[in-house]
Ligand binder design. Structure first.
Ligand code: SAM
Length: 333
């Protein structure tokens, strides 16, 4: 549907159209929901708001005209409510059990032109490999996509490998702590979003995962992002800890729910003075103490001491549970 709207626009002689159009796009001022107009002499580029025309374009004028505009819809207009959904690459994920799942999926395809597929989650993330059951609700029948995050690209099959876009800021926070001489061991690497971003700053990264499909994608993603300083190991992290003894300045333990079972191995891998980034799911009334105690106990069993450098909520997980992280420095007693 289109509606007529009076908008600010830039009048440009036809022969100067392209440089002015590029400039408006670059400024983020070009109004894409209205059609460009033309007459024998001029083009009229619709803009989002009144702008100042640079002196370098003396034959360009700002004025107002009526335009045919695409009527912008909201989820409220289409569904009567705003649904919750995740977007990973060109795939959106909704709750498959929602009685409105088909309607929500159609609305998402309408509202986000870059989304090609809407998947319905039929289970929570589960099992050792932390994947969920998915079904195609609308769009192209596929579960594979390429997700872009902080300048990196990740190819992932969402039905076979764990991935969430909700940890993007957290991955950047960790990568920002990694120095040029540092070695990072990512014990539960998945398709590699922590490892690959960290590898951009680190001297070397060792990325481990037990899921062979995650390793397949991790190898692809290392190539896709031209990472040359990463060793990739398909194994139970516990089984390779001794081969990696005391090499790491940073150990990333993104296996909430069971990271505590691997603390001894993490301490084997860590250099004295290194930092463990420990993720957990905690109840709101005991956000950090239990996790901190588990790390202290594991360290003191080896005559090591810990200093908590940071502890924070990463995201909410369920109504009364939070995904938390502790950055903990571990030193020789
Ligand atoms: N760090 C990745 C990310 O942020 O996308 C993946 C995190 S996911 C929560 C945990 C990963 O640990 C899964 O890919 C799973 O296959 C892997 N995993 C589970 N148990 C493991 C083990 N004992 N050793 C190594 N990897 C394991």
């Amino acid at each position: 549907m289109t509606i007529k709207q009076r908008l600010w626009c830039v009048q440009v002689p036809k022969q100067s159209g392209e440089p002015v159009r590029s400039l408006l796009v670059g400024m983020g001022a070009f109004e894409r929901d209205a059609a460009v107009q033309r007459d024998d002499t001029y083009l009229y580029f619709p803009v989002k708001h009144e702008i100042k025309i640079a002196d370098q374009f003396p034959d360009v004028r700002l004025l107002q005209r009526d335009f045919e505009c695409v009527e912008k819809q909201t989820f409220g207009d289409i569904l009567g409510f705003t649904p919750s959904y995740d977007m990973i690459g060109d795939i959106a994920i909704i709750d498959a059990d929602d009685p409105d799942a088909e309607g929500i999926a159609d609305a998402i395809l309408l509202m986000h032109r870059h989304i090609k597929t809407v998947l319905g989650a039929m289970s929570p993330v589960q099992g050792e490999f932390r994947v969920r059951d998915l079904r195609v609700v609308a769009g192209e029948p596929k579960t594979e996509t390429v997700h872009r995050e902080y300048g990196c690209r990740y190819e992932i099959d969402l039905a076979r490998v764990y991935f969430t876009q909700r940890l993007a800021t957290e991955r950047k926070r960790i990568a920002d702590q990694v120095g040029g001489g540092d070695v990072v061991v990512d014990m539960f690497a998945g398709a590699g979003p922590f490892s690959i971003l960290a590898a951009k700053s680190a001297r070397a990264v060792v990325a481990i995962d037990k899921n062979p499909v995650a390793i397949e994608y991790l190898e692809k993603n290392a190539r896709l992002n031209r990472i040359g300083n990463m060793r990739i190991i398909c194994s139970d992290a516990a089984d390779v800890a001794h081969d990696l003894a005391h090499i790491a300045d940073h150990v990333i333990m993104n296996l909430p729910h069971s990271a505590d079972e691997f603390l001894d191995e993490a301490l084997t891998i860590l250099k004295p003075g290194g930092i463990i980034h420990y993720y957990d799911i905690r109840e709101e009334d005991n956000l950090f103490d239990g996790a901190e105690a588990a790390i202290k106990d594991a360290a003191s069993a080896r005559d090591m001491t810990v200093q908590v450098l940071d502890r924070r909520i990463v995201r909410s997980y369920s109504p009364h549970q939070y995904n938390v992280v502790l950055d903990v420095e571990v030193c020789l007693g």
